[in-house]
Ligand binder design. Structure first.
Ligand SMILES: *Cc1c(COP(=O)(O)O)cnc(C)c1O
Length: 429
């Protein structure tokens, strides 16, 4: 494969944009090499500026469940553009999208607010939980990602539940003193947090974690979380920015039946445009301004182009709910294929899938939390990633990310990917 144009473009980009990228993972630092610069998407494929064609399992990190350049989404966007790009005033398009989401979560979401990213959705949901409960502390899980707002940039500490240390410079320790860490799939660590603090406003969790690789929470664990938060007067927040409309039409809520007090969305609900949302019962949501005292705002929030893309996306998904089992079957086949070829070449591999999400760890043991995930062989992953890329398969460029199947990722493309994985694993073992 030829990459000279991407190499040149990356050098040029690095001169003007920090690290050459506008989101750090895109720089390929954890796998090495130059990231392909993208010319365009085509269904289940990405095409780079050197003309290389890749089967795309990243899909803009989740949003593109219908693949690239879906005609229906593109038409909705074009029609909206004709009417103007932004008004900073209410439109019926926003209500339309809100109504669809509310209809999907009858016991959970009565009211919503739209924002421009997952980060904003989570940041605002946390402020709301604090405003509603009058409490300050929050509990988050090691290895869960909730965007890059200050109090959530706290990850792994020691094994025990401890008050978190910031995992980014520029975040004062004072900001994260209110963030308690617990261990994923470990209810004892959550109980301990509630023993340490009687000031807990909320527990936030990725109910299907996708930012430490794919690690679903056990249903019983989510049920226990629901109970503990209720008993202690704390809000339970499901961060379904990734899993919402991805793992299934109703995300983890639909799969597990566990109902949080607040839920955050992003990625798929924007159809590829920047959208985030958070919602819950009216009695909580009405604490938000202008109805209540918790301030939250956005110049471009509920932007008509983004809302139109979201409406088209949800129309398609709600009319074709059966598509999720088709996608899950492909994810299952891909992961079973990876299992088979890894076994053939004596490479330890753990695989997982939920709906259209899949993940694999170069790991001896099943991964249930962040500590387990960190035991994966990241050097092996980097070699595998590079090998797959060179053969035309575009996988997320870190061991700790999730892969995505779109409706444009055909059975044939999946089979081809397994054949390529066979060759690559043979060469790297
Ligand atoms: C992607 C993601 C976010 C952040 O969303 P952005 O749109 O990147 O700000 C938050 N939570 C989860 C679970 C995510 O996967």
């Amino acid at each position: 494969m030829e990459h000279s144009k991407s190499i040149e473009a990356f050098e040029e980009a690095k001169r003007y944009i920090v690290g050459g990228v506008n989101s750090p993972v895109r720089a390929f630092n954890s796998v090495g090499g130059t990231p392909p610069f993208i010319e365009r998407g085509d269904g289940g494929y990405l095409i780079d500026i050197d003309g290389n064609r890749y089967i795309d399992y990243v899909q803009s990190w989740g949003p593109l469940i219908l693949g690239h350049t879906d005609e229906r989404i593109q038409k909705a966007v074009k029609d909206a553009v004709e009417k103007g790009l932004s008004f900073g005033a209410p439109t019926e398009t926003e209500t339309e999208l809100a109504k669809k989401i509310v209809s999907l979560f009858p016991n959970v979401v009565e009211k919503l607010r739209f924002v421009n990213s997952g980060t904003e959705a989570v940041m605002s949901a946390i402020r709301l939980a604090r405003g509603f409960t009058g409490k300050d502390d929050i509990v988050k899980f090691e290895g869960n990602y909730h965007g890059h707002s200050d109090s959530l940039l706290v990850q792994a500490g020691s094994g025990a539940t401890t008050f978190g240390k910031p995992s980014s410079s520029g975040v004062p320790q004072d900001f994260t003193n209110h963030t308690l860490l617990a261990k994923y799939n470990d209810i004892e660590s959550v109980k301990k947090a509630f023993e340490e603090s009687n000031n807990i406003a909320c527990v936030i969790i990725e109910p299907i974690a996708g930012n430490m690789g794919l690690v679903p929470a056990e249903k019983s664990f989510l049920e226990e979380l629901r109970e503990i938060t209720k008993e202690n007067g704390a809000i339970l927040i499901f961060d379904e920015v990734m899993s919402g409309f991805r793992a299934g039409l109703r995300g983890a809520i639909g799969i597990t039946g566990v109902e949080p007090d607040l839920v955050t969305f992003g990625k798929v609900i924007g159809g590829g445009m920047p959208v985030g949302a958070f919602g819950g019962k009216g009695e909580i949501m009405d604490y938000l301004s202008p109805n209540g005292g918790v301030y939250q705002a956005g110049t471009l929030s509920g932007n008509p182009i983004a809302m139109s893309a979201g409406n088209a996306m949800l129309d398609i998904l709600m009319e074709n709910e059966g598509v999720y089992s088709v996608l899950e079957n492909r994810a299952k086949r891909l992961m079973e294929g990876f299992d088979e070829v890894a076994k053939r070449h004596g490479i330890p591999l753990q695989t997982e899938y939920r709906g259209s999400m899949f993940g694999f760890f170069f790991n001896e043991n099943r991964v249930k939390n962040f500590d387990d995930a960190l035991k994966s062989d990241t050097k092996m992953f980097a070699k595998f990633h590079r090998g797959m890329l060179e053969q035309g398969v575009y996988l997320a460029c870190s061991q700790f990310e999730t892969g995505f199947i779109s409706t444009a990722t055909s059975d044939n493309m999946v089979e081809k990917t397994i054949d390529i994985a066979d060759k690559v694993m043979k060469s790297i073992r």
